[in-house]
Ligand binder design. Structure first.
Ligand SMILES: Cc1cc2nc3c(=O)[nH]c(=O)nc-3n(C[C@H](O)[C@H](O)[C@H](O)COP(=O)(O)O)c2cc1C
Length: 196
């Protein structure tokens, strides 16, 4: 029961795994552009699009990232050809004139309501993080998302003096099939859903 091919469903969902280990195959800058060019079309409330991405690819940038990680994630990041920092712009609302010009009233609401702003940034930035993972998978890449790092330390290392803040990080590349653990169960429909 699928509008896209069975192979595509496997690649995006049923056979896609989270990879801790990585093959030494590079990811081109063109592919990184292609990930963004897919993910940007995923919906966000009022088209706010708060996510911002830093692709950590050079040895120098990796060196900056390593000290921010929990020890269990260090080798994973070292082995991955690219680690994306999925961040958000804390002042995303200042782009409302470009992104949602028919809703200029939101601009003042976001400027004056810090709580609403943070909730919106986290909700929509995380949704975009999900689109990021599916975009990478659609392009034939594997992902290894991680929240095991010190956000404040990472923000200081990469975003000092800016309004960007980290949400989670995500290794991307070609996963080493030997590194995956047995698949963990998911909740059944009955456990996780209700049809009212
Ligand atoms: C937001 C997020 C944070 C995660 N943080 C870590 C992490 O810090 N370290 C780690 O090894 N795995 C981390 N994971 C991986 C999850 O444990 C993994 O995706 C989940 O168990 C499903 O695995 P599967 O895709 O292979 O079925 C994280 C996943 C997500 C989505």
């Amino acid at each position: 029961m699928s509008a896209i091919s069975e192979e595509a469903v496997k690649q995006l969902f049923t056979e896609a795994r989270t990879y801790p280990g990585w093959l030494p195959e590079p990811v081109s800058d063109e592919t990184l552009h292609a990930i963004y060019d897919f993910m940007k079309w995923g919906p966000t409330s009022a088209n706010l699009s708060p996510a911002r991405i830093v692709f950590v690819k050079t040895p120098e940038a990796k060196e900056k990232l390593i000290p921010c990680l929990m020890p269990m994630n260090v080798e994973k990041v070292k082995a991955a050809p690219v680690t994306a920092i999925v961040a958000y712009d804390d002042e995303f609302h200042e782009l409302i004139p470009k992104l949602f010009p028919m809703g200029m009233g939101f601009l003042e609401t976001f400027r004056s309501n810090r709580q609403f702003r943070e909730t919106s940034a986290m909700r929509n930035g995380s949704l975009q993080g999900g689109y990021f993972i599916l975009a990478a998978r659609a392009l034939g890449l594997d992902c290894g998302p991680m929240s095991g790092f010190d956000n404040a330390k990472l923000d200081e290392a990469f975003f000092a003096g800016t309004k960007w803040k980290s949400n989670f990080i995500c290794n991307i590349g070609h996963g080493d099939p030997k590194s995956v653990h047995p698949r963990l169960p998911r909740l059944t429909f009955e456990e996780a859903c209700r049809i009212d």
